[in-house]
Design a protein around this ligand. Structure first.
Ligand SMILES: Cc1ncc(COP(=O)(O)O)c(C=O)c1O
Length: 369
């Protein structure tokens, strides 16, 4: 019998059994029971992702934040001490600075660069999780993941890395020593600005803990979104290669432009993390940020003058988007907190899509003028 070339969607909440023995088998995890626990479409995409990432197992969630929050809750349960990077995505910042402390988690922060002192001071403490992003959103800071993994393990902690900005096509944190790799699959993995999803990837024993929490917290991805994600994965490498090449060309061009105070992109030789990025990444990703000389007002005028590039709050899709982090991801932070998170006034984030690079450069030139 032939089979469908593209796996079907199984949009079903519950599964039917012939007898109690079958129910009990499903309760042992050997079959499907109820789609908050597992679903055939979702499991199929999880298996594909595990291969792509090079993980023993992956779990899919309804959003990146569902993945991150479930992983942190699961892995901080035994040892509720979290050591987290200063610069992280806005909602992760709020989760780790506001929600988790209210649940009894102690938080210590560290900078992307020069974190050794913080780690030395933690010697002897019962650290559960070290959490990092590289490159960071939106400051494009780079952390040496191999060294960070060694330092985390010395403390007896697990290292969790949000690899959303690089995607598995450009960076492989598990091979660099991380215990868990996280993604907002809404971005490069999905790739078309048409779905929300999140990924937790790692070894089976760690993922089993996360799985148990996912079944209770209920953050599993739905089968329709899983189907869309699977479609996006087919072109991941091609898309990301092109986006990274365009981003590098635009970053180099932007550096010389009037109105641009500073360009933040790890592919530039003047970037503080350039050498480390060259070692741990295949290319430098499709997102770049720059500081507009006109501050907040200049950045707003610039973004509102763009015609090809849309003002929108995401990244990793086929269309190029511009975001002012101070008005979106980091709006709820105070000016001091924003400065600590590496967001100067006038910061503009560009998430490069698949358009003709010349068209994008012309749009940027017009808006800067
Ligand atoms: C680096 C990073 N991590 C996590 C998230 C959260 O993902 P989601 O919006 O899919 O919940 C985002 C979203 O922008 C992000 O940029």
């Amino acid at each position: 019998m032939s089979e469908p070339l593209v796996p079907p969607i199984v949009p079903c909440a519950s599964f039917r059994f012939r007898d109690t023995a079958e129910v009990l088998r499903a309760m042992e995890g050997e079959d499907f029971l109820y789609s908050r626990l597992n679903n055939p479409t979702v499991v199929g995409v999880e298996e594909e992702l595990a291969e792509l990432i090079g993980a023993e197992r992956t779990l899919l969630f309804g959003s990146g934040m569902a993945a991150i929050s479930t992983a942190l809750i699961a892995l901080l349960e035994e040892r509720p001490l979290l050591v987290v990077q200063e610069q992280v995505y806005g909602a992760t910042w709020q989760l780790t600075r506001e929600i988790l402390p209210r649940l009894g988690v102690e938080i210590v922060t560290f900078p992307s660069d020069g974190w050794e002192e913080t780690f030395q001071a933690l010697a002897g403490r019962d650290v559960g999780v070290v959490y990092a992003e590289s490159p960071t959103n939106p400051g494009l800071e780079i952390t040496d993941l191999r060294r960070l993994a060694a330092a985390a393990h010395e403390l007896g902690a697990r290292l969790l890395v949000d690899n959303t900005f690089a995607s598995p096509a450009l960076q492989r944190p598990l091979e660099l020593g991380a215990d868990v790799e996280l993604h907002s699959a809404t971005k490069y993995l999905g790739g078309h600005h048409d779905l929300l999803a999140g990924v937790v990837a790692g070894q089976k024993d760690v993922l089993e803990l996360v799985f148990k929490h996912r079944t209770i917290l209920g953050g599993i991805l739905d089968p329709f979104q899983a189907f869309l994600l699977q479609r996006g994965l087919k072109t991941l490498v091609l898309r990301v290669e092109r986006q990274a090449a365009t981003a590098l060309a635009l970053a180099e061009w932007l550096e010389g432009q009037a109105g641009v105070a500073q360009v933040l992109y790890p592919g530039l030789s003047g970037h503080r993390g350039h050498e480390i990025a060259r070692e741990q990444m295949e290319a430098f990703g499709g997102v770049l940020s720059f500081v507009h000389e006109g501050g907040e007002a200049g950045a707003r005028r610039f973004s509102e003058s763009l015609e090809v590039i849309s003002i929108a709050a995401s990244l990793g899709g086929t269309e190029t988007l511009v975001t002012l982090p101070s008005t979106t991801t980091h709006l709820r932070l105070s000016p001091e907190e924003r400065a600590a998170a590496g967001i100067p006034p006038g910061l503009v984030r560009l998430a490069v899509g698949l358009e003709d690079p010349a068209l994008l450069q012309a749009d940027l030139a017009r808006a800067l003028g």
